[in-house]
Design a protein around this ligand. Structure first.
Ligand SMILES: Cc1cc2nc3c(=O)[nH]c(=O)nc-3n(C[C@H](O)[C@H](O)[C@H](O)COP(=O)(O)O)c2cc1C
Length: 218
């Protein structure tokens, strides 16, 4: 028990150190974000006039790294900017279990879920997923990828043969392995490069989201 506690403390410390190494990481992440705002030349065509667009996202309000206690999660703010600009429907992935807890407790729980490969259940369902040809998928980076409950969603909804546009909010990891993990979940989808934004930046930088959407052709 004591050993497990020590490991968790070390992991928490490592995560905090990685977040606080922002100066060293910022340049890399800026590059990462520059790259990720671009598109694959092969699969960059979004037929905006034809497409019915859905934004699927997970976002956790409450105590968050770097922004304090927030009423609206960082990723939800980006999801709202997207739909305000292009007009689209949203599906928010809400876990049946509660993640309403202190930040420190949440990072421990999330770490354990990832280690166990847990697939937490989520509430609700999407009516007529076949009606959407372009789907944005967004979430926070939790321990290097999307939260486990998003993987539950990936298991339950087959988005192969659709265009998927991944995005993240994060505090230093950029896209982390989120795009690769979406590609693994949907090997036959047209998965675009993705877009990453610092969580502490979303409230003051709607323009960055709009610029990205314009580059995508919306
Ligand atoms: C459990 C947990 C794990 C996290 N792991 C990472 C991480 O590995 N890398 C990172 O850059 N940020 C990490 N963060 C910070 C979040 O990605 C960031 O605050 C994000 O904007 C939160 O979005 P949300 O408010 O939409 O949930 C973590 C936050 C939590 C709560």
């Amino acid at each position: 028990m004591r050993k497990a506690k020590s490991i968790l403390m070390i992991l928490s410390a490592l995560f905090c150190i990685s977040c606080s190494q922002s100066n060293a990481n910022n340049k890399q992440n800026e590059n990462n974000e520059k790259q990720t705002n671009g598109m694959n030349t092969q699969n960059s065509q979004i037929e905006t006039s034809k497409d019915k667009v859905l934004v699927v996202f997970f976002s956790q309000a409450g105590e968050q790294y770097s922004v304090g206690n927030i009423k609206t999660g960082n990723t939800k703010i980006v999801a709202d900017y997207i739909c305000k600009y292009i007009g689209c429907n949203q599906f928010e992935i809400k876990a049946e279990k509660s993640y309403d807890m202190s930040y420190n407790d949440l990072i421990k729980l999330a770490k354990q879920e990832a280690a166990d490969g847990e697939l937490p259940a989520f509430k609700g369902k999407i009516e007529n997923i076949d009606g959407y040809s372009t789907i944005f998928i967004g979430g926070p980076v939790w321990w290097g990828t999307y939260p486990q409950v998003m993987f539950t969603f990936f298991k339950e909804y087959d988005l192969n043969n659709k265009t998927i546009i991944p995005f993240t909010t994060h505090e230093g990891s950029g896209l982390a392995s989120c795009v690769d993990d979406v590609k693994k979940a949907y090997p036959n989808a047209n998965v675009l490069n993705g877009f990453a934004m610092y969580g502490h930046d979303v409230r003051s930088n709607e323009k960055k989201v709009i610029d990205w959407l314009k580059k995508l052709g919306f």
